[in-house]
Design a protein around this ligand. Sequence first.
Ligand code: NDP
Length: 358
Amino acid sequence: SKAWTLHQHFQGFPKASDFHLREETLPQPRDGQVLLEAVFLSVDPYMRPYSQTMMKEGDVMIGSQVAKVIQSYNPSFPVGCHVVSDCGWRSHWVCDGAELTPVLPDWPQDIPLSLALGAIGMPGLTALYGLEEVCEIKKGETLLVNAAAGAVGSVVGQIAKIKGCRVVGCAGTDTKVSYLKQLGFDQVFNYKTVTSLEESLREAAPHGYDCYFENVGGKFSSVVMPQMREYGRIAVCGSISMYNDTTPQTGILSTPQTGKLSTPQTGILSTPQTGLLSTPQTGPYVHTYMIFKQLRMEGFLCARWKHKHQQSLRRLMAWMTEGKLRCNEHITSGFNNMPAAFMGMLQGDNIGKAVVKV
Ligand code: NDP
């Protein structure tokens, strides 16, 4: 069996030498246990900030996989069945059933099992909960989502369309922009090539945004705040622009010309000693907009609604089989390429969910 470990904590953007591939000898499975073999492994943005605070050097990289049961002493998980396991970046693993989630029992033959790590898995659930539970999005509203061509963002936009909303998306390449237009997004632009993010956002929704599904954080977020509509809701899902950043960031909320504040203001958010971030970061004071626009901004983790996962996965699967939810996958081959796939996803190589096929 093979496992990828965190050889040394990342300094800024991860490098190949930060990972180490080690051989493991697994115990024989005992009564109640199964032996798993990885089929698809997920690479996700959260692994980067998680490694910073929750992992020691030498720990196996955290992560989920779709695995096949190849030896079983547990009648609930017979040989040949597929499960989702959180055993990390491992080719094989011995565990008991308590740690496993079976893939939906009536999984259609023509839907790839890898989607259990994407649109019919944690990222799809994140999109659904962020929109329904946090944004409480309603028909006719205008939504903004960034990292829009990714695993979460692409599902966010499509569910919002199903719900009769107007959807604006931002992504980092022109190919991603075309892809999102094909998915039915109303307005899409490449945030890397526009001359002014502020103006492009304003042109895309001149009356402002009712809901903002926040995947990127940092300065992007600062530019959106002044364009929120009254009673707007912000679902703070992720802040990928900050995960690898080693330079202190300042987020300027508004300038005297465009906003309500008379001078740009920044505040210190956290220090290495106390917070989740690797460097001290200065962020914008959001209070003025929160108050005068009566906004609601809420951070969330998908796991909060664990009790709803099964029924939510069925809803996502129904949309998919009805053709209302489409998704792309960015598949890297080979367990040995896990670090490359992870780094590629962080730098935006993926359209849709980034997964590794063993
Ligand atoms: P994606 O599939 O969207 O992949 C990451 C994407 O982020 C890249 O493709 C890239 O696309 C974009 N990106 C990278 N760097 C930057 C940057 N500096 N500025 C703007 N965009 C950048 O990943 P996921 O869909 O899995 O995750 C999206 C977000 O959701 C992440 O922030 C993640 O942490 C969060 N998340 C939160 C969960 C929760 O429970 N709260 C659960 C799952 C995910 P591009 O080419 O457009 O730049």
